[in-house]
Design a protein around this ligand. Sequence first.
Ligand SMILES: [Zn+2]
Length: 176
Amino acid sequence: MISRFARKGVKYKEGSSIPPSNMTKEDVEKYARKVAGITKFATGDDPTEVVAQLGGRCKILDMSDWVEETGSIYVHREYDFDIILPRYTSPLRDRFTICHELGHFFLHSNMGEVPIVAYRQGSTRIEWEANWFAASLLMPKVEFLAALKETDDLTRIAAKFKVSCEAARVRKEAIG
Ligand SMILES: [Zn+2]
């Protein structure tokens, strides 16, 4: 690993060698609600504040970093991690990405007990799990179902939860 985000001497589990939690979608949803409760994260709140509470930092990727294979999260040790965001993405996209990386922090590093580096979105089980976590954190099932009763306009629903229309569409398909 040759990234400036990695710490010397830390033995990270990387990418596909990270074991999945094998939790069900329902259990991931419950876990995300618990995290939201403990960190006082309400719908529409800024997830970077959750990151800070947990000892993490969000960093923006520079052009010079593109020459290396850069992870999307580096969990160095307990409550010490860096989330790496691409420079040119929308704030809504970033919100989802940050919550996805928090999913890795909770589900795959056990809050830093196991140092890990996860890479950009793939279609492995750990990536699905992180996506379930992000969707659950940003669009709690109960609130999302209530919003669906009020309107079927996905643009309005997406605006309410401050997510992209695509994220709202996927969530609707999963639980609607
Ligand atoms: Zn991921």
